[in-house]
Design a protein around this ligand. Structure first.
Ligand SMILES: Nc1ncnc2c1ncn2[C@@H]1O[C@H](COP(=O)(O)OP(=O)(O)OP(=O)(O)O)[C@@H](O)[C@H]1O
Ligand SMILES: [Zn+2]
Length: 724
């Protein structure tokens, strides 16, 4: 009897499919195959062989194996299987996340090759009856290098003419991979600083590859030189033929980091992020899979790549919420990285100036080893943070007189200032001062943000947009005005106050074009006096040695939020953005504008001692029975009416309410309607993760067997980052 294989397909289905293995085709888990699916064919991944199909089912045969080796080696396969179970996401979709698009579609797992043509004969040898061939050979000889098909066609010749010359042995083909290795950085040989004493001490405490699995939390204040430590660490501990993974939150924002790594490791550095094209992805994927000794710097999904010789993992800015995928397979890149290190028996370093409460708690529990680095590198000192109460102060574009004065002084000293605003656009809302009308998104329970540059009103929660009007759309009054601050408005006010100084805005709108962030960073790094205005983007890992003043326009957003993570995120953002001040030769100053200068959280912020604040926040989490003291999952439902969404959650609530699992809700989400879909949620909380996992699985199985009313969707978010 021939054997049967269980195959995963890239479908949002919580099930696998059985197929017959053709005789003489050896298959192993993780291998790609081509299978018939419905009336079509699909790419599948072998999960198991030698299985017995359920009785009464005729299994179709596998059409072919796409290669003789597993695309997902066993450790990557185990990692993804674990993640599928932990995050309650269908195995097929989890496994396929680790393949580049080309391989998901069943294309061959090989580098695209480019053929280059070189002249090897004399044009005089071309028969007189073929003048175009002769012209081509003359052209090829003339350019003095090889040319690709594309270049030849651009020069006005054809493929047939090349072929004719090849037959006459007058040209030669030279085939190379389409994606050449990244060229070494021009500064490759440049010396990097030697570690300071404090850095050396910290580096020596970190877990090492020779010791197997070990997790280290590197708490190093902003500007303490953590990147330098990572570099030395890899240089010292990574073997010549070994692989390393460096996870970063957003690579495009910090091209400097990649450049610093390239300076040390040259062509061993490869990158992985969303801006790569399919060819680049495949090329990098193959290097990783083939065990080339790469040091891969990548965003979240890089943790899922099929490394075969991974010996060290670094997670930079480990607190960053962008490590958590917000839709579909909702995994945390950081947490999966820890599990991966465990599977690989290799060390993992989690670095941050503002560690997540989860990681800090693990350090307190002795699961991670904590290393502190509380000095800035070089001559730099930590910035001085002070609160500026703006309750009864007149504001201009959100800025108080003392803040504007401080910016002026900074510019006069020839230094740079950074102004942090937490909203892009011109103003968060337009309001009529006659009738009180405010413009809502017609599809969401939110207000439209006014973007003056584009004369548009936009919803930041869906893609709705409409033209901005001069008058109130309701009563046609002229007293229709922007309320509150956005980056555009603050930019305008600063330009008016400082007409001779460049004001540089950095937000999602101003950095949309490829390369624009690079151009901005280069400009800032010339050191010329300027004012940077921007959102969170400015808080992320940038090294601006010329910035000596940071102004936070309004710190109050997260102070009274219902989200239990809000205080942690507020403090992290404020400390990270503050950390951009005073990284160079001059001292840094931070002014935080607030209406709540007596708020205890903001008061401790000024002392700048993050771990003290983290201790307080952890105590609050413990008394509220929140993560990391309990495991949490959110069950979300979405439908065309709120009633349907709540109904589904009401139905599963009794299943969730078992011993050891506490259930809150169902409740409408904070933004109950988004893009015309109504959203509700049920929060599950337990001190027993296994139990919670079991309960979730039970609910999934139950729901999978049900026919839900059309238009109702549900999803599970384990370890949610956003709880609204
Ligand atoms: N040993 C050293 N001697 C001199 N300068 C150093 C040393 N180590 C690091 N630096 C410099 O200090 C600056 C800050 O270092 P780095 O960017 O690595 O800090 P960081 O800890 O990653 O900061 P953040 O968390 O704020 O992003 C950089 O300009 C870096 O080149
Ligand atoms: Zn909307």
């Amino acid at each position: 009897m021939s054997s049967t294989a269980r195959i995963a397909l890239n479908r949002p289905l919580r099930r696998l499919f059985d197929y017959r293995i053709p005789d003489g085709t050896p298959l192993v888990p993780g291998q790609r195959v081509r299978v018939p699916f419905g009336r079509q064919q699909a790419t599948g991944l072998v999960v198991e062989t030698g299985v017995t199909p359920p009785p009464g089912i005729t299994v179709k045969p596998i059409l072919s194996a796409l290669e003789s080796w597993p695309a997902l080696p066993s450790e990557t396969f185990r990692l993804l299987s674990w993640a599928s179970d932990y995050y309650q996401h269908p195995l097929g979709e989890c496994l396929f996340t680790a393949l580049p698009v080309a391989l998901r579609k069943g294309r061959p797992a090989e580098q695209k090759q480019v053929t280059q043509w070189r002249a090897i004969g004399d044009p005089a040898e071309v028969p007189a009856g073929a003048p175009r061939q002769r012209a081509l050979l003359e052209w090829l000889s003339g350019i003095g290098k090889s040319a690709s098909d594309q270049e030849i066609i651009q020069a006005g010749f054809t493929r047939q003419q090349v072929k004719a010359l090849l037959e006459k042995n007058l040209v030669q083909a030279n085939t190379t991979p389409a994606q050449p290795a990244i060229a070494p950085h021009p500064d490759y040989d440049q010396q990097s600083p030697t570690l300071s004493e404090a850095q050396t001490r910290a580096a020596e405490q970190l877990a090492r590859p020779a010791e197997g699995f070990g997790a280290s939390l590197l708490y190093g204040i902003t500007g303490s030189g953590k990147t330098e430590i990572y570099l030395h660490y890899l240089k010292q501990h990574l073997g010549r033929d070994e692989q390393a993974l460096v996870l970063v939150p957003e690579i495009n924002l910090t091209p400097q980091t990649v450049a610093r790594f390239q300076r040390y490791f040259g062509t061993r550095i490869v990158v992985w992020h969303s801006a790569l094209n399919d060819g680049e992805r495949l090329s990098t994927w193959l290097k990783v899979r083939n065990g080339e000794p790469v040091i891969l710097i990548g965003t979240r999904s890089a943790v899922l790549l099929p490394f075969t010789r991974l010996r060290a993992i670094i997670v930079d800015e480990e607190h960053d919420s962008s490590y958590k995928q917000g839709e579909g397979f909702r995994y945390s890149g950081r947490d999966v990285a820890v599990y991966r290190a465990h599977l690989n028996d290799c060390p993992i370093l989690l670095g941050s100036a503002t560690p997540s409460l989860e990681s800090y708690y693990n350090a307190q529990q002795q699961k991670y080893q904590l290393t502190r680095l509380e000095q800035r590198a070089g001559q730099a000192r930590p910035p001085e943070i002070s609160l500026l109460d703006i309750r009864s102060r007149p504001l201009d574009g959100g800025l108080s007189q003392p803040a504007l004065g401080a910016i002026r002084k900074t510019l006069e000293r020839g230094q740079q200032a950074l102004v942090f605003v937490n909203r892009r656009g011109f103003a968060p809302v337009m309001m009529c001062f006659d009738c009180g009308h405010m413009v809502d998104c017609p599809r969401c329970d939110t207000r439209l943000t006014y973007h003056r540059r584009d004369r548009a009103m936009r919803c930041h929660h869906c893609d709705y947009q409409t033209a901005a009007t001069e008058q109130c759309p309701k009563c046609e009054s002229d007293a229709f005005k922007p309320v509150g601050q956005g980056t555009e408005r603050t930019e305008d006010v600063l330009s008016a106050h400082f007409p001779d100084t460049p004001v540089v805005r950095v937000d999602r709108d101003s950095t949309q074009r490829k390369g624009s962030i690079q151009a901005i960073l280069e400009r800032v790094n010339t050191g010329e006096p300027c004012v940077l205005v921007g959102t969170q983007m400015l808080a992320k890992g940038h090294d601006f040695p010329g910035v000596t003043l940071v102004v936070v326009v309004n710190a109050d957003g997260g102070l009274f939020s219902v989200d239990f993570r809000a205080p942690e995120q507020l403090i992290q953002t404020l400390l990270q953005v503050s950390g951009r001040a005073g990284r160079g030769a001059h001292a840094g100053q931070v002014l935080v504008q607030t209406c709540h200068s007596d708020h205890p959280l903001l008061k401790t912020l000024c002392e700048g001692r993050y771990l003290d604040i983290a201790d307080q926040l952890l105590a609050e989490r413990e008394s509220g029975q929140f993560p990391p003291f309990r495991a949490m999952a959110i069950f979300r439902a979405e439908a065309d009416t709120m009633e349907k969404a709540l109904q589904l959650l009401d139905q599963i609530k009794p299943m969730a309410q078992t011993t050891g699992v506490e259930v809150w809700g169902p409740l409408p989400a904070l933004i109950a309607r988004r893009a015309d879909r109504y959203r509700a949620q049920l929060v599950l909380n337990s001190d027993n993760r296994k139990r919670l996992n079991h309960v979730l699985k039970g609910i999934c199985t139950h729901l999978d067997q049900q026919r839900l009313p059309g238009n109702v969707k549900w999803m599970i978010d384990v370890d949610p980052q956003e709880t609204g």
